[in-house]
Design a protein around this ligand. Structure first.
Ligand code: CU
Length: 140
């Protein structure tokens, strides 16, 4: 008798090529129409630096108040005509100039991005109490 090899029955696994057509229904992504960029003179204005001189005295700022525009680049020129070190801080906006020694001039650049009136002061001990305070006014 011829040997018969048992034919292994191949279990046919019918892979259902499931046409899982993912119903791409869903919500179409909404694309917002982008506003065309304005390339006006305001762009040029933003790149300019305006210099403002503040004289530091024992114990006062001159002028006391500084008025700037929001977003405007400002370079403060701090001229210490006093006999002790002074500085210029606006805590509400995290502005802090370097300390300026008597007879020295320091430059301090900043851009205020918040509209309002903010107290400025010299943070050397006791100077604010003696009158070394002022205002930074930021206009829109
Ligand atoms: Cu001072």
């Amino acid at each position: 008798m011829p040997k018969r090899r048992p034919v292994a029955a191949l279990a046919a696994i019918l892979a259902l090529s499931a046409l899982l057509t993912a119903c791409g229904g869903g919500g179409g992504s909404q694309q917002q129409a982008s506003t065309p960029a304005q390339q006006s003179s305001s762009a040029q204005q933003a790149q300019q630096v305006r210099e403002i001189t503040v004289v530091l005295k024992d114990f006062a700022f001159e002028p006391e108040d500084i008025v700037v525009k929001r977003g405007e680049r400002i370079r403060l020129v701090l001229d210490n005509q006093g006999t002790v070190p002074h500085d210029w801080h606006v805590d509400a906006l995290n502005l802090a100039s370097p300390k300026v020694q008597p007879g020295q001039t320091a430059r301090f650049e900043f851009t205020a991005d918040q509209v309002g009136e903010f107290e400025s002061k010299c943070v050397e001990p006791g100077h604010d109490v003696l009158g070394m305070v002022g205002k930074l006014v930021v206009e829109d």
